[in-house]
Design a protein around this ligand. Structure first.
Ligand SMILES: [Zn+2]
Length: 283
C-alpha cells in the first residue's frame, strides 16, 4: 500500500478526531496525513516529504515527514524532532502528532523560532497491521545505533544523524500504567521541560502513580536516565547533549484524551524551551 493513497473512498473531511474508532484508525491516520499534505501545499510554514521507501509483500511503504518552519527562525535554527508510532499499535501517538501540526497550521506563532521535524508514522507496516513490531517481527525501538538492517531504522537514523536535533521527543502509549509519564534523558534541562509537560497533560489525564514503570524507578511520573537499549534517540556522541524526552500516555484511557494530553505536552515543551533559546545553545 502506498502510504499516501487512501484505501477507501470516504471523504477525509468527514474525519473528526473525537469520533475516531480503534477499528479504523489505520485508514484514518493515512487520511489525516493526506489531508495535512494537501494543506501543506498552501502553507508557507508546512512542508511534506517522505524520508525513505521500502518494499514488503509487493507493496511500497514510506516514512512520512512533516517539516514545520515557525515564524522568526534565524540563521541557526533550533531543530526539534518529534517521532510517533515507532510501535505500530500506538496509533494515538500518530494522531497526536498530526493534531499538533494541524493546530500549528492554524496558529504558527506557537512554533516561533523553531524548525520542527515531525514523523507521525515511524513504523508504517506496524500501524497498518496494528502490531507493536514491524513486518519483520522486530521491535524497531530496540534497534537504534547498533547497525540494524531494518529499513525504517536506517532512514530514521539518517535523519537523526544529519539533522542533529537539539531536542528529540518520542511519543508512546502504554497499556500498563495509570497515567501519563516521561523518560528524561540527555541534557540536564530535559527535566525542566518534562515537569511542565506532565502538568500540561494533566488537564486531560492523570499522571502515573506507579513507583516502578517498565522495571525502572519512577518519581512524580518521571524516569531519569534509565531506558531500554536501542530506543530511538540521538547519536550518542552529540555535544552539547540535546534534550531527549519520551512521553507516554495510558493507553487504556480514551483515545481522544491521549491525543489532547500529548498535544498539550508538546505545546508546553515548545513554550518552556523558548527562554533557553534566548540564552544560546550551550546549556
Ligand atoms: Zn511504545
Amino acid at each position: 500500500m502506498n502510504l499516501l493513497m487512501p484505501r477507501s473512498t470516504y471523504d477525509p473531511l468527514s474525519v473528526k478526531l473525537p469520533t475516531v474508532s480503534r477499528e479504523c484508525y489505520d485508514e484514518t491516520v493515512f487520511h489525516l496525513i493526506e489531508q495535512l499534505r494537501r494543506d501543506s501545499e498552501r502553507s508557507e510554514h508546512l512542508f511534506f516529504s517522505e524520508i525513505g521507501k521500502f518494499k514488503h509483500g509487493g507493496a511500497t511503504y514510506a516514512i512520512p515527514r512533516f517539516f514545520f518552519r515557525g515564524p522568526g527562525v534565524q540563521d541557526e535554527p533550533v531543530r526539534i524532532g518529534i517521532f510517533a508510532a515507532i510501535h505500530g499499535d500506538e496509533p494515538e501517538t500518530a494522531h497526536a502528532a498530526l493534531e499538533f501540526l494541524r493546530r500549528l497550521l492554524e496558529e504558527p506563532e506557537r512554533a516561533r523560532g523553531y524548525e520542527l521535524y515531525v514523523y507521525p508514522v515511524c513504523n508504517p507496516t506496524g500501524v497498518e497491521n496494528n502490531t507493536r513490531h514491524s513486518h519483520s517481527g522486530k521491535d524497531l525501538n530496540r534497534e537504534f545505533w547498533k547497525g540494524s538492517a531494518e529499513p525504517e531504522v536506517y532512514y530514521l537514523e539518517r535523519e537523526l544523524g544529519v539533522l542533529l536535533f537539539q531536542g528529540v521527543i518520542a511519543l508512546h502509549a502504554d497499556d500498563t500504567t495509570s497515567g501519563v509519564y516521561a523518560y528524561v534523558r540527555g541534557a540536564t534541562l530535559t527535566e525542566a521541560l518534562a515537569r511542565p509537560a506532565i502538568k500540561a497533560a494533566e488537564a486531560f489525564l492523570p499522571r502515573a502513580k506507579e513507583l516502578i514503570i517498565d522495571g525502572f524507578n519512577a518519581k512524580d511520573a518521571l524516569i531519569h536516565g534509565q531506558c531500554f537499549d536501542g530506543v530511538l534517540s540521538n547519536p550518542v556522541e552529540l555535544k552539547p547533549a540535546p534534550f531527549e524526552l519520551i512521553f507516554e500516555t495510558p493507553q487504556e484511557e480514551p483515545f481522544e484524551l491521549q491525543v489532547q494530553a500529548t498535544v498539550a505536552a508538546l505545546d508546553s515543551i515548545l513554550e518552556e524551551y523558548r527562554p533557553f533559546l534566548a540564552f544560546g545553545q550551550n546549556l
